[in-house]
Design a protein around this ligand. Sequence first.
Ligand code: MN
Length: 228
Amino acid sequence: MSSHPHFTFTDGSTLEAGTIFGIGKNYAAHAREMGGEVPASPMIFLKPPAALLADGGTVRCPAFSTNLHYEVEMVVVIGEDCADVPASKAASVIAGYGLGIDMTLRDVQAAAKQEGSPWAVAKGFRTSAPISRIIPASLFSSIPDFTLELAVNGTTRQQSSTTYMERSVAVLVEYLSAVFTLRKGDCIYTGTPEGVGRVVAGDVVTATMSAEAGAVGVPTLTLSVGIA
Ligand code: MN
C-alpha cells in the first residue's frame, strides 16, 4: 500500500485512519456460538491502521494459520479528537458509518485465549480489516441502525441488524472515550452477529449494509474481498 491508510467517504472525501478498536462478543447469539456470554464489561482489542483493506482487495491468510474466519461488522469512524464523551453526546463525535469484516485467525486466537496472551496477531495481521466506503454521519439525524449481511461464494452466512447489539454505539463511544483518547480517524469495529465461519483460498466474501427503515437518500454499502 503506497498511500497512508485512509477512509473514503461516499461523497468522495477522505480521512487518514488511526487506531482501529474492535469490540468482542457484542451480539448475544455470537457470544453463545463462541461458547461464552456477553462480558460484563466491553471486550476491547486493537488492530493497526495498516490492517485496513479497501473494497476489492485480497485477504491473505498467514502461513501459520489454517482457520481464517470472517465477521461482518458495522464500523463507526470518529470525526474529532475527544475524551470522556457521554453517551448522550456520542453522535456529535462520529464522522460516519461503514461496513467492515473483522478477519480473525480463529486457531491463533484460541491458542492466545488458552495461554492468556494478547490477540494482536489473531486480529491485527496484514489485510485483517476489510472496509467499505463510509456514509457521512451528516445524512442522519441520530445514530442509525443498519442491517448486515455477509455471503461466501454467493451463499448467505450472516444476516442480522445492529439493533441486536448488546452495547449500543453511544455506549461504546462513552466507554472507549473514558479509557482512551479517541482521535479523528480512529474507528470502532462494533462486533459481529452470529454465523461466523471459515474461508479458504479462492473464496469470495461479499457483504452489504443498509440503513434500517426510514432512511432516505442513504446508500447501501457493499464490500467484496477475495481470500488467498
Ligand atoms: Mn469481531
